[in-house]
Design a protein around this ligand. Sequence first.
Ligand SMILES: [Zn+2]
Ligand SMILES: [Zn+2]
Length: 183
Amino acid sequence: MSPELINSIATVVGVIVAVFGAFLFAFWIAMGIWTFNDIRSRSRDWLAIVLACVLVLIFPIVGWVLYLMIRPKETLAEVYDRALEEEALLREIEETLACPSCGVPAKENWVYCPNCHAQLQHSCPSCGNLVRNEWEICVYCGAGQQVATPRRMPSPQVRPIQTLEQPAENGDETLYRPVRLAK
Ligand SMILES: [Zn+2]
Ligand SMILES: [Zn+2]
């Protein structure tokens, strides 16, 4: 072998090694950048971010595999989305209406509670729309509402007045009334 041939082979090998080394270096840098971006989307803790990058940069392939095994499962965006979903679910549960006096579930358009007969809604004196009794103003026209405490159906209130106006004449009726009032 002539010295020139050995020389040129050495040159070619040198170039191949340099190119391969450059490729490895670029791969190493890219892995570090990828890890940095990945851990940043999963954690706000700077110590965790630095540790993850150091782990991957010091032990290029093994460290990267280790990082994939121990990194936080969810990204911060996923955690945020889940929190939003949970909040929406909670709000939905809270928004399910219930009668303020007995707690029985009531539909939004019900005016009286089917269980305790408490009035749940009234017509706004200003615009006529149905307004829930616990609201301080009408949500449609903004007029202030007088009704603050739940009112009951007229029937249980009317009967005691009739009792006063028409005194009981026989014992049966006086016995009968308290039963009706207790409703
Ligand atoms: Zn009720
Ligand atoms: Zn109104």
